[in-house]
Ligand binder design. Sequence first.
Ligand SMILES: Nc1ncnc2c1ncn2[C@@H]1O[C@H](COP(=O)(O)OP(=O)(O)O)[C@@H](O)[C@H]1O
Ligand SMILES: [Mg+2]
Length: 382
Amino acid sequence: MPLPPIQSLTLTDFRSYAAASLDVSGGSVFLFGPNGAGKTNVLEAVSWLAPGRGLRGAPALEAGRRMPGETGGRAWAVAAAVRLPADGEGAEPRRIGTGLDGPGGRRIVRIDGEPAQPGRLSEFLRLVWLTPAHDRLFIEGASERRRFLDRLVFADDPGHAREVNAYERSLRERMRLLTGDGAADPAWLDALEAQAAEAGTQMAFARARTVAALTDEIGRRSDRPFPLARLDLTGPFEQAALLGEPFFAVQDSLRLGLARSRPRDTAAGRALTGPHRTDLAVTHVDKDRPAAECSTGEQKAMLLNIVLAQAARLARDPGAPPPVLLLDEVAAHLDRARRAGLYGELQELGLQAFLTGVERPLFDGLDTAQGLRVEDGALLPA
Ligand SMILES: Nc1ncnc2c1ncn2[C@@H]1O[C@H](COP(=O)(O)OP(=O)(O)O)[C@@H](O)[C@H]1O
Ligand SMILES: [Mg+2]
């Protein structure tokens, strides 16, 4: 296996850890221990090494270590030594870190000791994760699936987050005008809708690109022991992008759609058309059944297939930073054959993964990985 991207990790006052560190000796790392031991906390720590709020989606103020009764806000830090393939085997690893700089403070990011914008973290790592929260993905509303989709797009194209934010900001501002006192200025509405249409079309095209690439990759994986998932985007703007319609035509139809639905949107109090309404529809190919009708284990295995396909693509892309997988309590959901398939694939593709599970035997067969027993805020050699 090539040297893994994350070579070491240090946690300071993060969640249940006062101080913990880990030198990665193998490729992947598996953590086992009883419920509440602090396994997910380690994966969450790694997930903060990406822009955004980590895999719990929690505010940075909540992640600092707290004593019983203590309110949030304590300073915390997560740091890692990371190796970029482009730097070559002999190069010094790069140091990336993030945290909260003091009680009630702000999130900070450092790269090789210098303050940096959080967005720059995606120059070093592309994180892809699957957690127990995803067990409800297919029975929840569309917004959770959009978030899952947008995370996948984001690992492909870090600019996607900016487009999503710009789009949502324009729509919010437009709603404020539409529902405010007095008549809204039509020229101002035109300008906001033009902005929304531009960012929204970028968003829709980025989603369509990722879904097309993933579909291609999943198709190559029909020999794997995971159920194949078909991905469809329900939104008309993404569908137009998938059908190869020109960008400006889609942008125009979104702009016109918004302009026409001003009265309807005013009455509804929200925008009824646009890529913020898209859903990701997932179908179990062999059974030709929507994912929602599949068993929990099948759903998990399909999601894992999607996530592995994404990691495999990123790992092959020489221009992209290396992918790292965070698989929280995934092993326990899989039968023996699929577990063996997962471990074989991680090793074959040389992917680095951080995995958790309650019992050590879940990781039998993950031979090159490093095992850690998690106990009362400590990481102990297995
Ligand atoms: N901000 C915090 N400060 C201190 N402890 C925390 C904080 N947030 C969560 N914890 C503790 O971390 C533990 C849960 O850790 P977690 O990693 O989710 O366990 P598991 O090993 O089951 O994945 C709980 O005991 C919880 O009380
Ligand atoms: Mg956990």
